[in-house]
Design a protein around this ligand. Structure first.
Ligand code: MV4
Length: 494
């Protein structure tokens, strides 16, 4: 690993200001200086030689794994407190891009682009969170002659406008909930839609996600207050107060489908993950297949999504989120244009490497050349997110890990950037590891998860491991009887 001090720390945006002339898009490709036509991207693409990973933690390490297996050099960027991180150690080169605060480092677009220029990379992988769904960042990458490993900026932008995404999906024949046609301009219009849809309804921020700017409305009387509260919250959180409306589902399951699309119009939908076990919009446990998705429903949704992603010109890995109502129907709610935290669950059942696929797709490969088709899902996979937090109070738990033993053995995968004597900094996401298992069926996967949780030792900080052990023992979880309200019922038990 070549470590390059902290060259960008004090320069901030200056290294990449508009004073510097930018290369025209794709001149690097045309010059052909660093991409080669050999390798797994095949006849339709020139393989990357070097990729910058604009992320930290386990996902940065996950992308490094994919790079190593593809014979691509990996460049890490890191903030000052992350200097001893494993993503720095296992990268071929690493550049410090700023101080602890993410806004000045991992979210600092000029610093990231400058690092990419200095390291002379071909492409940038954004991981999840941070800049991964920032259409402007994707645009700046392309304008700087750097391939953004993800969909085109216009697609990211469209999916980020949730009401537009909803309309686009509706036009393509994806089932959506009854609701408004696009943005609602006034309270009067909101009342009209609510009458049409029938209470309860939910208003959501067009620019939203993660539950902010959302209000459940149960009667015409409470609508004026709820509508204006949602508007204000959206305006201050996202700088955009636009709202749309849907019929409210009381106890939905959260089910999402994984898709992959190449630049040549080929699409594959890789079945679903059930992510209903969550607390305050933070997922805790994910599994595939969903205990409530029938083979017929799965195959129908896979088919609809393959056609839809082709129609909208989707490229890369993506996740299409649905809510399932009491009678088992699925309704589209949002699409995520990034690799997701829980992608290993799909990798275990489909045997497709989603991160390698992202890279090869960005290099121009055809799906038929990189993954075996048809996709045949086998067995059952479960993921537990191990967070550095108190298992009952849910308060973050930063500090030094004094003892660390990650489980292994048949059917067990641990994605982590943590290690014994490592430090969990207080500045970032509390996810420190993902424990993923596969089994021939759901009972075997649960048994394997229980034994793996027992063998996962983390001392020095609090983690959610004890909470996961309890969830795996819960009769409703074991029976597959759960929805997005599961944790609200589960937590008071104890
Ligand atoms: C809903 C809903 C019920 N009905 N939409 C929450 C986050 C946002 N991405 C979508 N969310 C919801 N939308 C309708 N029409 C309930 C939720 C919801 C939820 C969804 C998925 C996972 C966890 C959740 C927790 C609370 C509310």
């Amino acid at each position: 690993m070549v470590r390059l001090g902290c060259p960008l720390r004090r320069s901030g945006g200056a290294l990449c200001s508009s004073r510097e002339p930018r290369r025209k898009p794709c001149t690097r490709n045309q010059a052909g200086s660093r991409r080669t036509s050999a390798g797994p991207a095949g006849a339709h693409g020139s393989m990357f030689k070097k990729i910058l990973i604009a992320n930290r933690g386990e996902i940065a390490l996950r992308v490094i794994c994919a790079c190593k297996e593809l014979g691509i050099k990996a460049v890490a960027v890191y903030s000052e407190p992350d200097r001893n991180s494993l993503h720095v150690r296992f990268a071929d080169e690493a550049l410090c891009i700023g101080p602890a605060r993410a806004g000045e480092s991992y979210l600092n677009i000029p610093a990231v682009i400058s690092a990419a220029e200095i390291a002379n990379v071909d492409a940038i992988h954004p991981g999840y969170g941070l800049l991964s769904e920032n259409a402007n960042f994707a645009h700046v990458c392309e304008a700087s002659g750097l391939k953004f490993i993800g969909p085109p900026p216009e697609i990211i932008r469209m999916m980020g406008e949730k009401d537009k995404a909803r309309q686009a999906m509706k036009l393509c024949g994806v089932p959506i909930l009854p609701g408004s046609d696009g943005v609602i301009a006034t309270e009067e219009e909101a009342q009209r839609w609510a009458q049409e849809v029938g209470f309860p309804v939910i208003v959501k921020a067009s620019a939203g996600g993660g539950g902010r700017g959302m209000r459940i409305i149960r009667s015409a009387e409470e609508l004026p207050h709820m509508f204006s509260a949602a508007h204000s919250e959206a305006a201050s959180a996202f700088g955009n107060g636009d709202l749309y409306m849907e019929k409210f589902i009381e106890r939905p399951r959260h089910i999402e489908f994984q898709v992959l699309a190449d630049e040549h119009g080929n699409v594959v939908s890789l079945d679903e993950r059930d992510c209903s076990i969550q607390r305050r919009h933070q997922k805790l446990v994910e599994e595939s297949p969903s205990p409530r998705v029938t083979p017929e429903l799965r195959s129908r949704i896979n088919g609809i999504l393959e056609k839809t992603m082709k129609d909208i010109g989707y490229v890369g890995a993506g996740t299409v989120e649905f809510l399932m109502d009491e009678d088992g129907s699925l309704y589209f709610i949002e699409m995520n244009t990034r690799i997701q935290v829980e992608h290993p669950v799909t990798e275990f059942v489909t045997d497709v490497d989603l991160v390698k696929s992202q890279i090869l797709i960005a290099a121009g490969a055809k799906l038929t050349d990189i993954i075996q088709q048809p996709i045949i899902s086998r067995g059952h996979s479960i993921e537990c997110r191990i967070n550095a937090e108190h298992p009952e109070k849910f308060t973050p738990s930063a500090g030094r890990i004094t003892v660390f033993n990650a489980p292994g053995g048949t059917g067990v995968r641990v994605d982590t950037a943590q290690y014994q004597e490592g430090v969990v900094p207080p500045y970032y996401d509390s996810l420190i590891a993902k424990l993923i298992v596969r089994g021939k069926d759901r009972p075997e996967a649960i048994a394997r998860m229980k034994r793996a949780l027992d063998m996962f030792i983390v001392e020095g900080i609090y983690t959610s491991i004890p909470l996961h052990k309890r969830i795996m023992e819960d009769p409703d979880f074991v029976a597959g009887n759960y929805d997005t309200k599961f944790m609200e019922r589960f937590l008071p038990k104890k």
